[in-house]
Design a binder for this molecule. Structure first.
Ligand code: CP
Ligand code: NVA
Length: 312
């Protein structure tokens, strides 16, 4: 059966380890793996803008011996002149995998249900699972331990909009890898109940945990990783989210919060807004590994593509 990666938990804990291990091997020998030789084409479709996702998938598909077909917002019939279902069947006749950055998670689910090749979520309103593969790889590299995932037992504290795609993916992917995930977010901006329930269920299997709090100081205590994301996600209205009265202001990652952690590293999926969700001294300081994290999009997604195509 064709496998897809629409959300973080589409990989089991053991499969997540396989993908991370393969990503490390690919990073060590970047041009040694050619599962897309032919070249096979991978469609990489954007309904929202992108730098990292666009470049990393294009470079990654090429490095795997394949041909990346980038489709920018508005360039295809998908979604306006043609249904997701018909588009999925057309793409499936010509490409080996589809990578799609879009709005609604249900669109990705419909694409996967109607096509016959792997579909990868390159960011939706609900999740950003490819980013989390890169983040887990980065944590492994900088704070890794002897556990199977390399990160189990570590504590990751996320600050800011707890209801956005990144927060949801940290909750699911972090717990999937056996981490203790803390989400520090204001009331009204905390993760969806369905995501909390899924992460807590998964925690029983992996030994990880999920804590939701509105207390930024409590969340930082002894944390190994501090992470944040923009207060305004693509497609959201700025109003009230990033002005002086923003509910997120007290969740800015500062040097004071970093000092409460256990020699923490700082992660951010980027693009970042200095002086908003993170102090410049933190993101530009010695604990920041955000550009390793950005590079790891390339290695992690190559591994994911190879893993999925092998099973298609
Ligand atoms: N982190 C991330 O997905 O970046 P882009 O929006 O530039 O792809
Ligand atoms: N939450 C952000 C992530 C960008 C990579 C957004 O959706 O815009």
């Amino acid at each position: 059966m064709t496998r897809h990666f629409l959300k973080d938990t589409d990989l089991s804990p053991a499969e997540l380890v396989e993908v991370l291990d393969l990503a490390q091997a690919m990073k060590a020998d970047p041009y040694a793996f050619k599962p897309l030789a032919g070249p096979q084409t991978v469609a990489i479709i954007f309904d929202k803008t992108s730098t990292r996702t666009r470049v990393s998938f294009a470079a990654g598909v090429a490095a795997l011996g394949g041909n990346p077909l980038i489709i920018n917002p508005g360039e295809s019939q998908l979604g306006h002149k043609e249904s997701i279902e018909d588009s999925a069947q057309v793409f499936s006749r010509m490409v080996s995998a589809m990578v799609w950055r879009t709005y609604e998670q249900s669109g990705l689910e419909r694409m996967a249900a109607s096509g016959s090749v792997p579909v990868i979520n390159a960011l939706s309103d609900d999740y950003h699972p490819c980013q989390l593969l890169a983040d887990l790889l980065t944590i492994r590299e900088h704070r890794g331990n002897d556990s199977a995932s390399g990160v189990a037992g570590l504590t990751l504290s996320y600050y800011g909009d707890g209801a956005n795609n990144m927060a949801h993916s940290y909750a699911l992917a972090g717990v999937n890898a056996g981490m203790h995930v803390r989400i520090a977010a204001p009331t009204g901006h905390q993760p969806a109940a369905s995501v909390v329930a899924e992460a807590q269920e998964l925690a029983r299997v992996t030994g990880g945990s999920l804590m939701i709090t509105d207390d930024p100081v409590a969340a930082a205590q002894d944390a190994d990783v501090l992470v944040t994301d923009t207060w305004v996600s693509m497609g959201q209205d700025h109003a009230g989210r990033d002005d002086e009265d923003s509910p997120f202001t007290k969740y800015q990652v500062t040097e004071e919060l970093m000092a409460l952690g256990h020699e923490p590293i700082f992660l951010h999926c980027l693009p970042a807004y200095r002086g908003k969700e993170v102090a410049a001294e933190v993101i530009d300081g010695p604990a920041s590994v955000v550009f390793d994290e950005a590079e790891n999009r390339l290695h992690a997604q190559k591994a994911l593509l190879a893993w999925l195509v092998e099973r298609a």
